[in-house]
Design a binder for this molecule. Sequence first.
Ligand code: DON
Length: 307
Amino acid sequence: MMPDLDAIVADIIATMAQAEERGAVAAYIPELAKVDPAQFGIAIVTADGRMITGGDADTGFSIQSISKVFALTLALGKVGDQLWERVGREPSGNAFNSITQLEHEQGIPRNPFINAGAIVVTDVNLGGHQPRVAIGEMLRFLHYLCEDDSIAINEAVAASETATGFRNAALANYMRAFDNVRHPVDLVLGSYFHQCAIEMSCRQLALAGRFLMLDGRHPGGGRVVSPRRARRINALMLTCGHYDASGDFAFRVGIPGKSGVGGGILAIVPGSASIAVWSPGLNASGNSQIGTQALEELARHTGWSVF
Ligand code: DON
């Protein structure tokens, strides 16, 4: 039986409004530090097409690392399982921007969701083209998934990260030394920073995640990925989607989820729901403090944990 989602969302909105510990906005990307931390939004799309929203569900935010899910989907479409020769599929147990494992592991990042892995995925998606071609492809993909052509890049955020993204530059250069980044580093980073700076609302993000709850199908008809690929992307989100807090997220929430330092989380209940939450304050692992708490509440009320 479908839980009463309207009542549950209303309850979550009320609880989150009272929350005292709201985390801190990402300050290492100066443009993100300007966002008002008091905001919270939630959107749930169910497998039968219902949309339930609450709070600031229509406010756009920087999707940041959540873009790595869509970038991975595109890269798998281009090179299939060959991708796994250049990126691993194991949780790293390290911070999202860590460089340490790369030295001992021949420049092969642990998984496609840490920054190093996403930079390799971006390199694959460039495919010899200019960044604007790869970014155009990503935006068209999101427009198709959400059936909404208004999704765009926040250029101020992209510029802010380009000016300060020294760790990502280090990761990209280091992997280039292992020939695991194959295009010029400035082109790869240009593409990566713009992809991270895409702005979406909870409503749009939940719509974009529908193919992952529907075994790879687009609800409008047609197929985005095979059922096997959808299952595998969900598995990676569950095991690696929250970096060194992935175990804690599985423990507390128990569904595939991908966070971003803009404060968003995309969470998938296979067969049942695609959920987006957003609140800009982050916990120590760089994941939304209130967003995680809201998903924990939602999983508790609905029984949606996969465990
Ligand atoms: O590369 C970065 O550091 C950011 N553009 C994205 C990091 C991120 O979203 C980590 N997520 N929690």
